[in-house]
Design a protein around this ligand. Structure first.
Ligand SMILES: C=C(O[C@@H]1C=C(C(=O)O)C=C[C@H]1N)C(=O)O
Ligand SMILES: Cc1ncc(COP(=O)(O)O)c(C=O)c1O
Length: 278
């Protein structure tokens, strides 16, 4: 595979980053993961605007211009011979000195990774979910960023092991349901969808935000709040969302089986209609 780094497309094994890059030394880097459907990067503006806002908070000088980013992605799709892809767009702070820096990072390094994905299916994926013993850590700053700090998620994944059909679900330090290892969570009782508030320490997923919008358009009530595990276990349905897996219906959370997946199905069919547009 090829990657894009600092304006050039290179063979994956030939791309190089400085050992003084503060993305490596201090975790000062951000990324977005999204899907390309038939050449179309889905929800690109929303992803890149989140990245731009995070960069501003970290003093990383990065301006999003849609045309530039589209061209970078297209260049890499062409090099890799892909039309459908898993894309990771990374902005690393760039080189600095030894020691914590307080001045802006003027030369961030952009790295784009890509891998093939099969064409998206017409039905939502199905998964199982398990409560994690490990607690969700609290965000480093005001709100969780999609940053290079993924150790809490990594440790959680070791608990679940390599089981692609299982998502681990975090409870935060205060005992409230939070999010999946790489996803946001929703559950339904009658016509109301519930999802943890951003204040629980979750990543405010781009898919989460889009699904909330679709849910409103389809007459669901959406409540964001502070909920206990037992609230989810009393639900009729649960699903998880992220930019790669879209909306995945949860069959069971531990030994609690959900009898329905009607909202996941309906929202997924609406999502599908938008995949090559937004
Ligand atoms: C952690 C990453 O990003 C998330 C991972 C997935 C996935 O593996 O399904 C999906 C969406 C992302 N928000 C990553 O390494 O890309
Ligand atoms: C911890 C966590 N929560 C939620 C998400 C979903 O975010 P998005 O919808 O932007 O893919 C991810 C994806 O990386 C994640 O890692």
């Amino acid at each position: 595979m090829y990657v894009y780094i600092d304006g050039e497309v290179k063979k994956a094994g030939e791309a190089r980053l400085s050992v003084f890059d503060h993305g490596f030394m201090y975790g000062l880097g951000l990324f977005e993961t999204f899907r390309v459907y038939n050449g179309h990067p889905f929800l690109l503006n929303a992803h890149m605007e989140r990245l731009e806002a995070g960069a501003e908070e970290l003093g990383i000088v990065f301006r999003y211009e849609r045309e530039t980013v589209e061209a970078e992605i297209q260049q890499l799709l062409d090099a890799n011979g892909l039309q459908n892809a898993y894309v990771r767009y990374n902005v690393s702070a760039g080189p600095g000195d030894l020691g914590i820096q307080t001045t802006p990072y003027l030369e961030p390094v952009i790295v784009i990774y890509m891998k093939p994905l099969p064409a998206a299916g017409a039905e939502p994926m199905q998964k199982d979910a398990l409560w994690l013993r490990l607690r969700r850590n609290s965000p480093e700053g005001r709100e969780r960023m999609k940053s290079h700090h993924y150790m809490n998620n990594w440790l959680a994944k070791q608990e679940i092991k390599d089981r692609p059909d299982v998502e681990g679900i975090f409870v935060n330090g205060e005992g409230y349901a939070a999010e999946g290892i790489v996803s946001n969570i929703f559950w339904r009782k009658r016509d109301t969808l519930y999802t943890p508030a951003v204040g629980t320490g979750i990543l405010n997923g781009i898919t989460r935000q889009f699904v909330i919008q679709l849910a409103h358009e389809n007459d669901y009530i959406v409540e964001e709040g502070y909920f206990l595990p037992k609230n989810i276990e009393a639900a009729e349905e649960m699903f998880v969302t992220n930019s790669i897996q879209e909306i995945a219906a949860v069959r069971a959370l531990g030994d609690h089986y959900f009898p329905s997946y009607s909202a996941a199905r309906l929202l997924h069919s609406r999502y599908q209609k938008e995949r090559e547009k937004k």
